[in-house]
Design a protein around this ligand. Structure first.
Ligand code: UD1
Length: 339
């Protein structure tokens, strides 16, 4: 079976994707620098799949290290590239760190892929490239808007770098997957999200409040032009998202792609408000969540959810799990980690 490199394979979405790849029989090699993960995640992956992936601890900014990796693993057929920094606020404080971490590393990998006879490349992009879209649901044809943060900009620039590379390197085929809001954990509770410090994202903040680690969730604004006044997002279960990576990779490996570079939105197609997510948590946990409405968070968009037609029809992929499934698994995971 094909050997697939997963960078950032010990992270939240990476680890769930490694599980799905191994379940499909792929041989997985993980590169991770452990900057936002731990080696223990390997045990979780092994417990679920019965197979320990190869793990190489490497910082992808080490260009020589990347070259030697590809010399040692010249039989790699595909790469799923998750490794990146992703904290929006930090990226505003330290833009160059973000450009170095997210752009240099991408360039080094693509340079190595150019040397291979053929390579399939999947890129972790984000719906953040659309900003506040004028039309909902958001299709892949919606215009890419000026990025709100250096983090968002690295995703836009990353996509452009890949598109330009595919134009001149016919041996490289690529798909950029634009994720909406990934949440939840593997149902086995062997792997899940492990935020460092105070979580910035809604669902880990909710589960940490539920377990008593945080006193109260602040709901950022209830005066938006939405039915209940809180912002709307498209929360996608991380296991559904992970499966989409395997489907996209197969499309490239089996030459089923229509163009050398393609983009797909990955979401459920359904928008949920902040208060609906709180409601889902309360339903699945049987607990009342302590929350209060506070002012708006700067830079938040009002509403974003995916038009899933292209992913459904072209990839033949659809989400199967619900918001309640996601909150239930996230809650089970929180209880396991802190319980
Ligand atoms: C955020 C980032 C986005 C990034 C994505 C990655 C910002 C402005 N956007 O998206 O660029 O791609 O994470 O996952 O940081 N909320 C609360 N209270 C909280 C936390 C969140 O009310 O303590 C609300 C937010 O206002 C928002 C929703 O929950 O309406 C989801 O927030 P979050 O999980 O941070 O995701 P995004 O804002 O969609």
């Amino acid at each position: 079976m094909d050997k697939i490199l997963v960078t950032g394979g010990l992270g939240f979405i990476g680890s769930h994707t490694v599980v799905e790849l191994q379940n499909e029989g792929y041989e997985v090699v993980i590169i991770d620098d452990l900057s936002n993960s731990t080696e223990k995640v390997l045990d979780g992956i092994t417990a679920i799949t019965g197979k320990k992936p190869i793990f190489v601890k490497l910082d992808l900014k080490d260009k020589a290290g990347v070259e030697s990796f590809f010399k040692a693993h010249s039989d790699v057929k595909g790469v799923i590239h998750f490794a990146a920094s992703k904290a929006v606020g930090e990226s505003v404080e330290k833009p160059l760190l973000y450009y170095e971490n997210n752009i240099n590393t991408l360039v080094y990998i693509l340079k190595e892929l150019q040397k291979l006879p053929s390579a399939s490349f999947i890129f972790s992009s984000s719906c953040t490239v659309y900003g506040q879209a004028d039309e909902l649901p958001i299709t892949e044809n919606a215009p890419v808007k000026q990025a709100e943060s250096p983090y968002g900009n690295t995703k836009q620039i990353g996509e452009e770098i890949i598109r330009d590379t595919c134009k001149v390197s016919s041996s490289i085929k690529a798909i950029a997957l634009r994720y909406f809001n990934p949440v939840g954990a593997h149902e086995s509770v062997e792997i899940g999200e492990l935020p460092i410090g105070v979580p910035q994202n809604l669902v880990p903040f909710i589960t940490q409040t539920g377990i008593g680690l945080r006193e109260q969730l602040s709901v950022f604004g209830d005066d938006y032009p939405t039915p209940d006044g809180t912002c709307i997002r498209d929360y996608i279960h991380v296991v559904d998202l992970a499966k989409a990576h395997v489907v996209a990779l197969k499309r490239l490996l089996e030459d089923k792609n229509k163009e050398n570079y393609e983009t797909f939105n990955l979401g459920t197609g359904k928008g949920s408000s902040v208060l609906e997510v709180v409601g889902a948590f309360e339903r699945v946990s049987g607990k009342k969540l302590n929350y209060k409405i506070v002012g708006r968070r700067e830079g938040d968009i009002i509403s974003a959810y995916a038009d899933t037609t292209k992913a459904n029809e072209e990839l033949g992929w659809k989400t199967k799990l619900t918001l309640d499934d996601a909150l239930r698994s996230a809650w089970n995971w929180e209880q396991k980690v802190r319980g």
